[in-house]
Ligand binder design. Structure first.
Ligand code: HEM
Length: 232
């Protein structure tokens, strides 16, 4: 327990106990490496909490509140991406020492990330029901955002959430390229290059399918009017 009210509420002593002692670090940058992971796990708990809160708002028809929370999740993801820039500057030789103490531990075992990978399963049923109740498919919202403004704002927050998650995955791959290279076997014995496949995944594929449908619709309308189409 700390001495001040602040220390007791924030639980700073317990928090600092989670860090490897400074005199036991295997490399100067091990503290940065550990704190980057630990803070990411904490932020992902906040993101997941906000996703659940946003879904509850959607279910109650409180779309502005839902959009607000989904937007915040996107900002948390963005924050996680930005903080990788600090680790990116670590000399790879520092990571060699850290890696030797990691054993076979891997980010693939991150509880926060693995729960984030299931975000779509939490979000989509509520969105699907909303679309059905309103009788307005996503493509119609893309076609006339001003006529469905609340849905437009909600979907925009979801596009950002999904997009920022992929941006984190890309930034992480870039970090891997800087630290160990993209074509070497990782701690789990699979090439780091496999991460590229994950970078292509969407958590809410229906949103992105709707963009394609939108362009196809516009092209069909153009063809009907005898105008050339730019994107097939
Ligand atoms: C020196 C820095 C880092 C290196 C070299 C690195 C390396 C790797 C590699 C090679 C993988 C592929 C799976 C495996 O075999 O382990 C991986 C996956 C992963 N790492 Fe990192 N990592 C670094 C930092 C981080 C940080 C700071 C985080 C979190 C904040 C993180 C979270 C993850 C996650 C969530 C995965 C699974 C990703 C997926 O399946 O798409 N890593 N990492």
């Amino acid at each position: 327990m700390g001495d001040t009210e602040y220390e007791r509420y924030i639980r700073t002593n317990e928090l600092f106990e989670q860090l490897r002692p400074i005199d036991g670090l295997v490399a100067h940058d091990e503290l940065l490496f550990q704190v980057t992971h630990q803070t990411a796990e904490l932020w992902m708990q906040v993101a997941l909490h906000d996703v659940r809160g946003a879904v509850a708002h959607v279910e109650k028809g409180e779309l502005a509140e839902a959009a607000d929370l989904f937007t915040r999740v996107g900002i948390i993801e963005d924050h996680l991406t930005k903080q990788l820039a600090i680790l990116e500057r670590m000399p790879p030789k520092q990571y060699v020492h850290i890696r030797r103490t990691l054993g076979r531990g891997s980010g693939q075992e991150s509880p926060g990330f693995n729960a984030m990978l299931k975000m779509g399963e939490t979000i989509w049923p509520a969105i699907k029901k909303l679309i059905e109740d309103r009788g307005v498919p996503i493509v119609d919202v893309l076609d006339a955002p001003d006529q469905h403004y609340d849905l437009h704002v909600l979907f925009r927050s979801l596009y950002e959430l999904d997009q920022n998650f992929r941006t984190w995955r890309f930034a992480h791959f870039r970090l891997v390229e800087r630290q160990i290279g993209g074509f070497v076997d990782s701690l789990k014995g699979v090439p780091a290059e496999q991460l590229v496949h994950g970078m292509r995944e969407h958590q809410l594929p229906e949103l992105w399918a709707a963009v394609n449908d939108f362009t196809k619709r516009v092209n069909a309308e153009d063809r009907e009017r005898g105008e050339s189409t730019q994107y097939s």
